[in-house]
Design a protein around this ligand. Sequence first.
Ligand SMILES: Cc1cc2nc3c(=O)[nH]c(=O)nc-3n(C[C@H](O)[C@H](O)[C@H](O)COP(=O)(O)O)c2cc1C
Length: 177
Amino acid sequence: MKKPHIKPTDKETVLKDGEFIVSKTDLKSRITYGNAYFISISGYSEEELLGAPHNILRHPDVPRCAFKMLYTLLEAGEEFFGFVKNLKKDGGYYWVFANITPSFDESGKVVGYYSVRRKPREGFKKVIEPLYQKLKEIEDKEGMEASVKAVQDLLAQKNVSFNEFMLGIQKGVINEL
Ligand SMILES: Cc1cc2nc3c(=O)[nH]c(=O)nc-3n(C[C@H](O)[C@H](O)[C@H](O)COP(=O)(O)O)c2cc1C
């Protein structure tokens, strides 16, 4: 299924405590598996999701540089942690704290990707919403290279890696920009 045109609304679905949204993709980020919670929260049927590109859930409020960070880490064989706002089929949205990792075969070759998401910690929006808004503004005016640089500058100023920054927010250790 191709990515449909959906008009985003301000209707938020908050994730349940202790529940995980799980999906797997092939190397081209096409969905090969989704657990029951993934399917139900997205609003799509399993048939619609399987084989679809994972950007079917792409929400316009997430800056492109967040996905650039994701693929830079995955291509280096590393995992990614980050907050992602996802678009439901009905136009509503849900925020997740995502961990995305490469999947390896017995010979160590990357054969796909795997993602597990949980409910973000209370208060994460105070840091992430203004950050993503600022990065989107930079992207709109100056392009993605500039927004990637803005992220790198922020990380250098805080002396943390991208994953440490995101995990810090989820743990409640980082509370401001
Ligand atoms: C395992 C895996 C899970 C992903 N999960 C999401 C997701 O939940 N939401 C999302 O917007 N993108 C997700 N992505 C990234 C998308 O494939 C895509 O790169 C992103 O939505 C940006 O799409 P665009 O380049 O069309 O703007 C995931 C990628 C992988 C490999």
